[in-house]
Design a protein around this ligand. Structure first.
Ligand code: GAL
Length: 816
């Protein structure tokens, strides 16, 4: 029987786990790690005494604790894709955090005794970066790209009698990124052991070749590795629905390195963002009746098409992508992956009506893919920000030739069973677009992806419009994706053989939550002395647009497939338009700020993307001492067709959204009262649908003096799993409960009982206070504290105090 990999029949004994395990064991190596920063000549040696190193839990981001400093990875660069002509100092480009340099992690490995053909594999979900993995002092693996997952068979490196020492050296170079990459073992590391014949990591590939309401065919290809000479294996697979019921089964003799099984599922529950129905393929590899290995593959059943002249459809229903681009950091938590933090982000996006995520500009954490399956988001899984031609001095271009095929292969193998994965992106704004070889490289990468997964199309984010057609890269891609080109879509479609195009990156509007600048006018690259951008949502970059322009293009052009807004959440680094103005060190692009608080723009998108709920949102706030008698425009973001505004009870008139074809796209998507004169008191809006029925009202009052802190938790029941998080908004209110925009008090948090304080953020891109200290200044009336559940169930008391304010308090409960 031709198995791919004859395995050493090593009999390995471990000190702590004497019994021979029957089959697969998977452990996430979260605890018992030692960590130190700076290079260690003997870091890999088992005998090294690491007792004085810091004890850390994985996932871990060694740089997020700061301190912020403009000299950390300060880059003197000319950002070509921003049209810059001269190199200037960009202090906050990568977040101003100390991620450059070397870090070492070490721990002991408790490996179960391995029988004949037994195997031990380490799976790294991502390690930032240039990971060198040592087992018992010997280098077992090198993987440079910090965003990709990789696995390594460590069986040959293990000591039969233990102990076994794992050491990982990571090194981040300066000028290697355009944003904060994070540092360290920021994603999970798993130890997987199998006994005898087994399915290797990412060894299943599941597709659904035919899907209809009546039935779906499911094809499962499973790789099998077994010691040479093994015979008589069978693969038994049950497909189970979400309730655990078996809906189809197959038992197939294993006669080669790969087994194919075909199933039919009657009346399948189809996966979509609105109905994210999941199934699981449960496979058992049997020798006679003995289970050699068992392997689960979660999957969904859905069909989709991209058709010339028709665009995109999912399960036969035409739709456009209502997507956002997101970087991988989790704001105050840094890049250390946390499922609760990801779930929190996705829940906010879901409420906005968002149905798609672009993992800009790199492979996501596997947990994000699982959550997108379960919560219903379509994902553009992206790979690279660079190919051969560099954007930053020490970026991926240095690895491209040697690593691109391996990196793409791992990306596809890991994520190709996820129903949420809808397309693969081979790159973002790569300068190779302007090279005569660009199309050839694109074709090569696209072919690699097709070879590993012929069921999904390939796209990329193109920004060099002229060159994309001159050299021809636009014609190569399955899905031509354009960044910031809504004005050129009508021209592009006449040149594209594909017959459709995607807004792969759109808007890049900049704003600071709760900050309003006067006059409220459209502006590009606008800077203010306080390093903030206006939340009237009228400011963008030279190369980008306010949201309304993309909205109009998407609404008017049937061949436009939808958009991915830059960005859903603010992220660390890239503080445009203040790239040169320290202390700005996080982005202004987010629809939601760095602490997870929606900006006004959130409601502009919600009004458009979430038709199932009324949105009626007023801006700005109405506390402007000193502006009395001055012009203070009021905007309403609503999915109503019209609305009437009242200032202190006096009507300011009814505004109605303009019809398709209006020359000023803003008038189609926002209701604006531009001539309002500020007087303290109340502004109130009443919104109506097209039939004149009231859909909702919103009122904003002038605040008095700050009086108390009010705490509001996103949810109050947490899992007692040492991981779950509650996001607690601390609002500074006046005695009547109105938010106080000018409040800048420092709030202190105490958390006691069955949880602990984890981090705090206020969404101010210039704020240099550390995220991990339990205090921070309020920014624009509030901030967010993140509280983490402990391992034991119980009550968690959270209290916020500030000089001159009444305390805020609440209780959370954790349960097993
Ligand atoms: C794009 C780029 C993004 C981000 C954005 C800011 O050109 O793809 O990564 O830099 O600009 O507007």
């Amino acid at each position: 029987m031709p198995f791919t990999k004859p395995l050493a029949a090593a009999l390995l004994l471990a000190t702590s786990l004497p019994a021979i395990a029957q089959s697969r064991q998977e452990t996430s190596l979260t605890t018992d790690w030692k960590f130190t920063k700076g290079d260690q000549p003997n870091g890999a040696k088992p005998e090294l005494n690491d007792a004085k190193w810091q004890t850390v839990r994985i996932p871990h981001d060694w740089a997020i604790t700061g301190p912020f400093n403009g000299n950390n990875d300060a880059q003197v660069v000319k950002i070509e894709q921003n049209g810059e002509k001269e190199a200037t100092l960009k202090s906050g480009r990568t977040g101003g955090l100390p991620f450059v340099g070397v870090g070492w992690y070490r721990r002991q490995l408790a490996v179960p005794t391995l029988g004949k053909g037994g195997q031990a594999v380490l799976l790294f979900d991502g390690a930032m970066s240039n990971a060198r993995v040592y087992v018992n002092g010997k280098e077992a693996m090198f993987w440079p790209y910090g965003y990709n997952s990789f696995s390594v068979d460590i069986t040959p490196f293990l000591r039969a009698k233990g102990p076994n020492t794992l050491a990982v050296r990571l090194e981040n170079q300066p000028e290697a990124s355009r944003w904060y990459p994070g540092a360290g073992l920021y994603r999970n590391v798993h130890l997987i052991t199998t006994q005898g014949a087994h399915v290797p990591v990412w060894g299943t590939y599941l597709t659904t070749p035919e899907v209809s309401a009546a039935a779906a065919t499911v094809k499962l290809k499973t790789k099998v590795e077994a010691p040479a000479g093994t015979t008589g294996l069978t693969l038994q697979t049950d497909l189970r629905d979400a309730a655990g019921r078996v809906v189809a089964s197959a038992t197939t003799p294993v006669s080669g390195a790969e087994v194919e099984q075909n199933f039919s599922v009657k009346s399948p529950k189809l996966w979509s963002p609105e109905t994210p129905a999941m199934y699981t393929a449960e496979s058992k590899l049997l020798a006679g009746k003995t289970v050699q290995d068992s392997y689960k593959t979660p999957f969904g059943i859905r069909s989709f098409k991209f058709e010339k002249g028709k665009g995109f459809s999912l399960n036969g229903q035409p739709r456009k992508f209502k997507g956002v681009c997101n970087h991988h950091d989790l704001g105050p938590l840094g890049t250390a992956i946390n499922v609760a933090a990801l779930r929190h982000q996705l829940a906010i996006l879901k409420d906005m009506g968002c149905d798609a995520i672009r993992t800009s500009h790199n492979m996501p954490a596997p947990e994000l893919m699982t959550l997108c399956d379960e919560m219903g988001f379509m994902v553009m899984v992206e790979s690279f920000d660079e190919w051969k031609a560099p954007k930053v001095k020490n970026g991926y271009s240095q690895y491209f030739d040697q690593w691109v095929e391996k990196d793409l292969t791992n990306m596809v193998h890991r994520d190709r069973n996820h129903p949420s994965a809808i397309m693969w992106s081979i790159g973002n704004e790569v300068p190779d677009q302007s090279s005569p070889n660009g199309p050839e490289i694109a074709k090569r990468l696209q072919d690699i992806v097709h070879r590993e997964d012929p069921t999904r199309p390939v796209t990329m984010g193109m920004d060099r419009y002229g060159d994309d057609f001159k050299y021809g890269i636009a014609a190569v891609l399955d899905i031509p994706g354009f960044n910031y080109k809504p004005h050129l879509y009508p021209d592009a479609i006449t040149k594209l053989p594909q017959g459709f195009l995607l807004g792969s990156e759109t808007a890049s509007t900049v704003s600071s939550r709760g900050v309003y600048k006067f006059p409220a006018v459209l502006a590009k690259d606008k800077q203010y002395s306080d390093n903030q951008s206006s939340s009237y949502d009228l400011e963008a970059c030279r190369w980008s647009q306010i949201p309304d322009i993309e909205f109009a293009a998407q609404d008017d052009l049937p061949y436009a497939l939808g958009e991915f807004v830059w960005t859903g959440f603010d992220y660390l680094g890239e503080p445009t338009p203040y790239d040169e103005k320290w202390p700005s060190h996080s982005s202004y692009f987010g629809i939601i700020d760095l602490a997870g608080q929606p900006k006004d723009r959130y409601y502009l998108y919600r009004a458009r993307w979430n038709p199932s709920q009324p949105t009626v949102h007023l801006l700005p706030h109405w506390t402007w001492p000193g502006r009395e008698g001055q012009n203070t425009p009021v905007f309403c973001y609503t999915n109503g067709a019209s609305a009437e505004l009242f200032v202190n009870g006096k009507s300011q008139g009814r505004q109605t959204k303009a019809a398709t074809g209006a020359t000023d796209p803003q008038t189609r998507y926002r209701l604006e009262w531009k001539d309002v004169v500020y007087q303290p008191g109340t502004i109130k809006v009443v919104a109506y649908d097209a039939q004149g029925k009231t859909i909702g009202t919103e009122e904003v009052r002038t605040a008095g003096a700050p009086h108390h802190i009010k705490l509001v938790a996103d949810h109050q029941k947490l899992a007692a799993d040492s991981e779950d998080l509650a996001y607690i908004t601390a609002r500074v209110e006046d005695a009547q409960g109105n938010l106080c925009p000018d409040a800048t008090q420092q709030l202190h948090f105490t958390v006691s009982g069955a949880g602990k304080f984890r981090a705090v953020g206020n969404g101010d891109a210039t704020n240099l206070e550390p995220f991990q200290q339990p205090q921070m200044h309020a920014f624009q009336w509030q901030l967010v504290a993140i509280v983490q559940a402990g391992a034991a169930p119980g009550a968690v008391q959270v209290r916020a105090t500030a000089t001159g304010l009444k305390d805020g308090a609440l209780q959370l409960n954790t349960a097993k």
